[in-house]
Each structure stands twice: as C-alpha cells, then as structure tokens.
Design a protein around this ligand. Structure first.
Ligand SMILES: C[S@@+](CC[C@H](N)C(=O)[O-])C[C@H]1O[C@@H](n2cnc3c(N)ncnc32)[C@H](O)[C@@H]1O
Length: 253
C-alpha cells in the first residue's frame, strides 16, 4: 500500500529537525514540495536545504506542485477554506496516482508541527474518505510557538494557568476573560494594537529560527509602536513576514 509521511520540519531552523524526522526523510521515495508563490520562496528554499543536508541516499525524487490561491477575504471564511482544501485534495490525489507506485513512500515536509494551523492532515483524510487507499504517519516538529518561547527564554504559562493558541482575528476584541496567556499566530493585521496593553506583556518574534530573526518583548503599551514599525520595515524589505507572539496578563503576586 502507498504510504505518506507527514514530517514536521520545525519552524525555520534546519537544526530544529528531530532525529525521527531525519529518519523519516530517509524512508521516503518522493517528496511533494508545494509552491505557494514568490513571497514564500524562502520557505521552499529551507525545505530544499533540509533535503540536501539530511537525505543520505542519492537520487531521491522531488515533485513540485502549485498550491491553488485561497480566497481569504470572503464573508464565508470557513466555506472558503473548505473549498480550497477540496482543490488541494484533488491535486494531492493526482500527485499520488501519478508519482507514487503502490509500494512506495511519499512525504510532505510540513512547516513547524503538522498539528498546528496546517491543512495537510485534513486534506489526506479527505482523500481517504473519497476511497483512495493509502497509509499515513505523522512526525511531530518544533512549532513556531516553541521556537518563540525558547528564544525569549520564557515558559508558555505560569503555574496551573491555561494557554490559548489562536489567530489575530480572534483577539482583535481583547483577551478572552479568564485567559492570561495567549499565543497569536496568523496575524496579518497587528491585532495586538487593538488591545489595552497597560497590564499585558508581549513576547514577539518574526522569522524565528532563521538568520533574519527579530525579537521584541516588553509591556505591550510600551513596545507596540516599536513592534509595528520593525514589522513594517522588515516586511517591506523582504516582501513577506511570519510572526508570532505571546501575550501575558501581568499578575501581582
Ligand atoms: C500556517 S501557520 C503554520 C504553523 C506551523 N505549523 C507551526 O507549527 O508553527 C503559519 C503561522 O505560524 C507562525 N510562524 C511559523 N513559522 C514562524 C517563524 N519562523 N517565525 C514566526 N512565526 C512563525 C506565524 O504566525 C505564521 O503566520
């Protein structure tokens, strides 16, 4: 039976690759490499660097494929995402049928960890639900959340406190009641600007794990302007940005 490996490659530094991920790389006959357009060239380069550095057997195959554009601006956000996933499922199914023999193993190199804001697992489940048979395995990776906390040398939470991981659009109205630790990903709109930052600390990081990494931390009300400026300048210079941050309500002990 065909086998697909979903390999978490870490969020930016090739050294984030785990030994399990390296072993998985060396089990694959073919790698499916997405092309998400020019602004993600740097991400594609990291995937290629990982293949060159860690794959021992010569002659491994890579198959590139174009990721369809996603209409993220429509009123029905969830519906738009489902439609996009359907198109990707069609593309993946054709890739497997065309490039993977019945006894072969294919791999997707997933940025960070495959369980966090990544569609690969859902897409593979969709293909299996349609009746296309294959086995699959997931190899965990170091997510941007772990890279962020490690680089800032902070824990995600204080004793016994819950943690919320969410998107920028979900915190635009403020931190939810009862949650003192919120990690924000996928925030293209600097949602932290809309939060009263007098009693909140922010630990912000962009291009984590890469040579271009930027870190800023402090009381949100004091560093929000600086983060916005640094973010804008970096984005203009590179043409794209990936950033993540932890917001933490301060506490008087
Ligand atoms: C589609 S999600 C993928 C998350 C990934 N699966 C993970 O485990 O980190 C992309 C978001 O992750 C965050 N991210 C991923 N890599 C990052 C990095 N190297 N530096 C900062 N943020 C990153 C950003 O918030 C970005 O918008």
């Amino acid at each position: 039976m065909r086998k697909i490996l979903i390999i978490g490659i870490g969020a930016g530094n090739p050294d984030y690759m785990t030994i399990q991920a390296i072993k998985a790389l060396n089990r694959a006959d073919v790698f499916f490499i997405p092309d998400k357009g020019t602004e993600k060239v740097a991400l594609r380069q990291l995937r290629e660097e990982i293949c060159d550095r860690f794959i021992e057997q010569p002659g491994y195959r890579t198959v590139g494929f174009k990721v369809p554009d996603r209409d993220g601006g429509g009123p029905n956000y969830r519906g738009g995402v489902e439609e996009w996933r359907g198109k990707l499922a069609d593309a993946y199914e054709s890739l497997f049928a065309e490039h993977l023999a019945e006894d072969q193993c294919g791999a997707f190199l997933v940025w960070g960890d495959p369980s966090l804001y990544d569609s690969t697992l859902r897409i593979l489940e969709t293909i299996r639900d349609r009746g296309f048979a294959f086995d699959y395995e997931v190899i965990p990776g170091i997510s941007a959340v772990q890279a962020l906390t490690a680089r800032h040398r902070v824990a995600l939470n204080r004793i016994g406190e819950p943690i919320l991981v969410t998107t920028g659009r979900r915190i635009a109205g403020g931190l939810p009641d009862g949650l003192d630790n919120v990690v924000v990903m996928l925030d293209g709109e600097t949602a932290f600007r809309q939060i009263d930052g007098a009693d909140i600390d922010i630990y912000w990081g962009a291009y984590l794990g890469t040579p271009d990494e930027i870190l800023v931390s402090g009381r949100l009300s004091e560093v929000a302007d600086e983060i916005e400026r640094v973010r804008r300048e970096a984005r203009t210079e590179k043409g794209w940005i990936m950033d993540t941050y932890l917001l933490r309500r301060t506490r008087e002990d």
